[in-house]
Design a protein around this ligand. Sequence first.
Ligand code: SF4
Ligand code: SF4
Length: 212
Amino acid sequence: MFSVNPCYDLQPASVDVEELWAEKNYEDHLVNMDPERQELYETCQRLGVGIAVMKAFGGGDLLDEKLSPAGKALTVNQCIHYALTRPAVATVLAGAHSVEQLRTSTAYEDATEAKRDYAMAFASFPKISWEGHCMYCSHCSLCPKKIDVASVTKFLNLAKAQGTVPETVREHYEVLPHHGGECIRCGACETRCPFGVPIMENMKQAKEIFGK
Ligand code: SF4
Ligand code: SF4
């Protein structure tokens, strides 16, 4: 079980959990998630260790523009979807003060993709950016070749982080219905990505690394 949300993910590990929310740590412009956290999630995924998420809403602060370190409020659906789209995350344990709050969280199961989409909200954060970094948000879909860009990129990043292709990652890549090698470089996805990710280059690299 591990605390995962888009603001904690920007901060390096600390022995003092209060530091993760300290105002001074959000004063400067922040870019991309902490590399050690990313490595932790990727290592868990590679080893087949599922992460159960707590603090997906940052104790509720992320849902309130005045309290969120991001300076913009997110919705419950966006926070849950962010956590569930990190590598290795298997489930979110949604905290609740009331039955109504619990119902709001469980409504995620029936929420549309548009309601879950956190990409544009993240791109509007005043002092935080993820430029060039795939957030696995799927905002770039739909691809005319039906490539799941977020999944291809996730497996590509896992392989690149390892410097080799772990067998489990190769197996997961191979069962995707469509692969990076099918990319026709139409560029439609790149116009939709709010984080400036070089998707066509990533698809090319996926083909080189995985052979399809
Ligand atoms: S390439 Fe961009 S839009 Fe697509 S999943 Fe990654 S961050 Fe999201
Ligand atoms: S550039 Fe490639 S991945 Fe992107 S939408 Fe076109 S075919 Fe799909």
